[in-house]
Structures are given as C-alpha cells and as structure tokens.
Unconditional design. Structure first.
Length: 494
C-alpha cells in the first residue's frame, strides 16, 4: 500500500508504518536507522538537534551538535550536507535545511554545552600533530579532552590549513573559522605557528609519545617524500599508506589523518598516467578533484578522519578510545506528535538543496542566516523518522499463508484440469509470466519444460480466464511500468 504523504495533515506518517496492525504499510527501503544521521560522516544526531530547534531550545540543540563535531561554525557554512541528500522529507517536496539549521544554532547559543563538560584527568602522555587543518584541529581537541597533552605544529603564520587558505571568505567568514579554532585552543591544545618542518625522529626524541601527520594534500607530491626517510611508507599516489581501521602508518606510534591520506602529484603519480591519452589537466581533475575535492568538500570527511585517528591514538596511549561526550541529558521521548494541517505542503525556507559535487574552492556567497522564526518553522518540517518510531515495538503479525508453490512436477500434478490463470515467479519471487488457459494442469506441465527461470507458481480457477489474464497484466503494468519478462511480446496490445 502506498501512503501519499501529500494528503496527510499529520507529522507522524512514517511512524504509522511501524504500528500498522495489518502490515499493509511498508517502507520502500528497509528502515533500520535514521537516514540523515547515518549519512553524516561524523554521526551527528541530526533529528534530535532539528527537533530542539523547532521547540525553540537553541542552546540544547547546539549541545547536541557539539557532542560529535569539533568545527560546528565551519560546517554550518561549507558542509556539503550529505544528510540532506538522504532526508526523507525530500520525497514529499524538499529535504529539511539541516546545514542551515546547524549554522543558525552555531550563531544563537549561550555556551550551555560547556556546563556538562567534565574536567579530563591528565594521562601524562604527549602527542605532536603536524598540521592545523580540520583533521589536525579535530584530533587535537579530542585528545586534549581525553587528558593527553597535545601540541600542533603549523608551518603557516595562521592555523586552519586549507580552510583558511583555499576557501573564499564569502563562503566561510573569518569570524566563523576563528571562533571554532579558539574553542579548540581554550580546551588546552598548544599551537606553534611558523614552525619549521619537524622530523619524526626529533619529535620522539622530544618525549612525544605519539605523532599525527595531518599536513593536508597539495598539488606538489614531493613534499611528502621526506616521510620515506622517516620510515613511513607511501603509495604510488604520494599518499601515506595506513591501516584503514586505525589510520596507523608503517612506523610505530605514527598516525595520519585528513587530506594527507589522499596524496598529491608525485613522480609515481605521473608515471601511473603515462599511458593515458587524455590531457594532463583533465587527469588531474579526474584523479584528484573527484576523489579528494577541495577543502569545502573534504572538510567534514577530514573531521571524520580526525575523529577516527583520535580514537585510535587514545587507544594506543592506553585509553578506551571513547571521544564522544554527552553534553545534553536525554529528554523523555514524546509519543504524541499532534496534528498540523498542511504539514506536507510546508516549503523549505533555507536555500535550495544542491547535491554534493566535486569542486575547487568557489566564490559563491554563503546563504543568508535564518531568522529565529524561520529556523523554528524549518525544524518543524522534519518527518520524525527517529523516535518515537524507533521506540515502537514492531508488530508481530500472524503467519501469512504463501500464495505460491515450488514449480515442480509433483506440485503441478495437484493442479486441477480446469480453466484458469497462472503466474510464474523467479527465485526472488518476482512475477515473470502471466497466462490464462483452458487446462491449467496440462499447461503448467508444458511450461515446466520451457520456463527454466521459473522457480515458483500460483494459479486461480477462473472460467473467464482471458479476461482475468488481461486484468492481471494491466495490474502488473500499473505497478512496474512494463509487462512481465515472459509477456513482453504482448506490449503493443496494452
């Protein structure tokens, strides 16, 4: 059964699927987790912070964002919103403006989230991070929150990496970037700017217990060649070879995260494309931009890489690897969502959604900031795929008698020799042939010899078998847009 959401005045059309007593309502795709949250590279509880905005609880909403995101202001501007691409509201009209809502709470909160920060217990372990881009800053923040002493070494005069160097200030204002960096420094991360290139051996000699390489990726691969001399293996792309689960390099105690894992234009890279007849610039775009993208495309992925590296380094240093902090006590879920006329017609109030595409740093302006009223209204557009739906126990339906039987000689022998219509199904139980005949048993026996893909069959006795055959074919076409595989020669008649 298809539930047409555009006709629903309620905000709980999807939870209804979970409790339909007949089992007639089902999801088009299996529902096991909230799509927007699973699409987020860092796993932010998107529905929770969106709902809190709808209720006017902006401080609480920002706390939820901070639980898993180290650079919320930055991502409020330039995240490519993979979550919006999976938002089920988009199947009704347009997805919820999740990124715009993140930016709204990043600029409308009072630091309530800090009240639930626990003072970390010092471990006595020291970590050196090379590079202050999104990955390096993320690792520095979370390892400091775990009680480790972290120092970031940055060759540039200002921190931020490609976020500062490659993104237009029209897209990412300086204020937003510096606010996020300041929070990280206030957490206790030490920052050394204008730092010369540090040798890994020197860092370990300087009593550091672990090292993270987060120097980013440029178009100049040889800058990473010095790592070979330090015992760090590289790939033919000029990227650092790591364990994909832990981001550990070939050298003990050395990890890598962010765009440095994506490489640059090394001699090996040039050699690998020597036989390709396309021009070098096209190859550059295809082989680097598509798989890496610019900083705006990779910022959230670099942050996710940083979280992964922080977990692994903490475990390496003797910790439990748990870096997510509960900054907002759980609230009692609401089982009553109420009724709102015209709910399905609510239009998106933020800028139109654009699917993520590989791109270099562009010059387009950031979208306007939502007002308080518009932010709350946008939050109310959420379809509530999360609790209460996930709180409902799935109904246990009575066993359904199968309508089909295995397509075997023994089962066919049980079919009466009467007029009727039969349907043949493949091993996935998809209908592949529909036919009406005067003698069902005889006809099915003949089809057993020729229909090699058929694994199951079902039939019904019907004196007006030609009429019933036509009805079944028309029903199939209405549902699938074409004839069953075995009836395609009849398409011109329908």
């Amino acid at each position: 059964m298809v539930l047409h959401l555009e006709n629903q005045p309620v905000a709980f059309a999807l939870p209804v699927v979970e409790v339909c007593p007949t089992g007639a309502l089902v999801d088009k795709k299996p529902f096991t987790a909230v799509p927007c949250q699973t699409a987020c590279p860092v796993g932010i509880d998107v529905p929770r912070y969106v709902h809190l905005i709808a209720e006017g609880k902006f401080d609480e909403s920002y706390a939820v964002v901070r639980e898993r995101l180290s650079l919320p202001s930055v991502c409020g501007y330039i995240c490519l919103a993979f979550c919006e691409g999976e938002c089920r509201r988009g199947e009704v009209n347009e997805p919820v403006g999740i990124r715009a809502l993140k930016r709204f709470v990043s600029e409308n909160h009072s630091n309530l989230w800090k009240k639930n920060l626990k003072r970390p217990k010092a471990t006595g372990k020291k970590v050196a991070i090379l590079g202050s881009g999104p990955a390096g800053l993320t690792v520095g923040y979370y390892l400091t929150r775990k009680g480790h002493e972290v120092t970031i070494f940055e060759q540039a005069p200002l921190p931020g990496g490609m976020l500062r160097q490659a993104i237009s200030r029209k897209r990412l204002p300086k204020k937003a970037l510096e606010e996020d960096i300041e929070e990280i420094l206030q957490a206790g991360v030490k920052l050394k700017l204008n730092s010369p290139q540090m040798r890994i051996g020197e860092l370990f000699d300087g009593k550091f217990d672990g090292v993270l390489l987060a120097t980013g990726s440029t178009f100049v691969g040889p800058s990473a060649l010095w790592l070979k001399e330090e015992g760090v293996e590289l790939t033919s792309w000029g990227s650092i070879r790591v364990n994909q689960e832990t981001l550990a390099t070939s050298r003990e105690g050395v990890f890598a995260g962010g765009d440095v894992l994506l490489g640059g234009i090394s001699e090996d890279f040039i050699g690998s494309i020597g036989g390709d007849k396309r021009d070098f610039f096209t190859l550059l775009v295809d082989r680097l931009a598509v798989y890496r993208g610019d900083s705006s495309r990779s910022a959230i992925r670099a942050i996710a890489s940083g979280r992964k590296a922080a977990e692994a380094i903490d475990k390496y240093l003797g910790g439990d690897g748990g870096i997510t902090e509960a900054l907002l006590p759980p609230e009692e879920p609401k089982h009553w969502l109420g009724r709102e006329e015209g709910f399905a017609d609510l239009k998106r109030l933020s800028a139109a959604y654009r699917p993520p595409t590989p791109q270099y740093a562009g010059l387009s302006r950031a979208e306007p900031l939502l007002s308080l009223e518009l932010a709350m209204a946008e939050g109310r557009r959420c379809l509530r795929c999360d609790p209460p739906r996930l709180l409902f126990s799935k109904l246990v339906l009575a066993p359904r008698e199968e309508l089909w039987a295995e397509f075997t000689e023994e089962n066919i022998s049980q079919v009466p020799e009467v007029e009727g219509v039969y349907q043949l199904l493949d091993k996935e139980k998809n209908i592949i042939y529909i036919k009406g005949e005067m003698n069902l048993c005889r006809e099915l026996g003949e089809q057993l010899e020729v229909q090699k893909k058929a694994c199951y069959f079902m039939y019904q006795e019907e004196p007006m078998y030609t009429k019933r055959e036509s009805e079944l074919l028309q029903q199939y076409i209405a549902q699938h847009g074409q004839m069953p595989e075995g009836n395609r020669e009849l398409e011109d008649l329908f």
